[in-house]
Write a protein that binds this ligand. Sequence first.
Ligand code: SF4
Ligand code: SF4
Length: 351
Amino acid sequence: MARINPEFSKELKKYGAFDFNACYNCGNCTAVCSLATEDDSFPRDMVRYSVLGLEEDIQSSLKPWLCYYCGECSLLCPKTADPGELMMSLRRWLTSKYDWTGLSGLLYKSLSMTTLALIAIAFVVTAFSAYNNFNLEVIMHYGHYFEFFAIILVFAVILLPNLIRMWNLTILKPGIKIPGKNYFKATADLFIHMFTQKRALGCDDNQFRWFEHFILVFGYLALLFTTVVLNWFGTNNGFIIWLGYIESIIIFIVTFDFVLSRIRKQKAVNTHSQPSDWLFVIWLLLMGFTAFIVRLFIDFELLADFKWIYIIHLIILAQWALIIVPFGKWTHFLYRSFAMYFDSLLKMSKS
Ligand code: SF4
Ligand code: SF4
């Protein structure tokens, strides 16, 4: 028998959900959602589960990840249930359920804890720089190693175990049997969705946002590769230098547009920005901007006189790598891609 959590409404509201209890089950949201199918009353079923407090059913569901927040359902909802925003809140809540450290939930629910964590990282980086007498060469040397090891550690210690927990909650625990060979067959789906997020194209009027996300993902991954593997700040290779400039400009332009959209609230997805949404776009913008400035100062041989520019970049990078990537909105990119992968596995097992 399904277990009911009477406190679920209260809990979900801490993740940004509004008045979903106002839902009177009319079905308009399902009728308008371009992702709903004949045998699927999405997103109405998720609204019902939330109203009833069917926590375990939501925990084992991949559906909140299938929504790309076009906002059509919220526009046509005759009540104030705002199903689009509810899906967003469920994604935040699910993130906290997958995370074995418990920090995702803590940081999503508490802005003061997030601020404290960001300040603590800024303090550690500054103290480390002071300990090394603000020797730029030494700080940049360790900064480069930090990038490399942070990626490996965050993935191995936090993200990989969390993906296994997600797999357990959505496939193993509900008792779904997937033949081993299907895991290989569906791998293409994982990478296609990860790099193209093509399901977002299923949302009406979403083409431009999809395109922006698409170039942002490639710009971000390319800049990561250029700085970590090609050592952008340490190279004299003209091609790599220009490549890094172009990538950081792409990130800056796209994230600047994202920040403007959130300020203007023109699209449904930007109507109810939570602190985690702001942190994601602002830190990405700052990363692109400060990386660009650091390289510019290196090329004009000014960085030695303006060491603090690199230290600021390192602080932003460390906050991004240790807070936003493992516990913040960045994880949605990963969980959504794996949700598509698991969803392909479920469809294969039914066919
Ligand atoms: S449109 Fe609104 S009221 Fe109707 S089922 Fe969906 S959430 Fe409930
Ligand atoms: S926001 Fe768009 S994709 Fe998401 S449930 Fe509503 S109509 Fe469907």
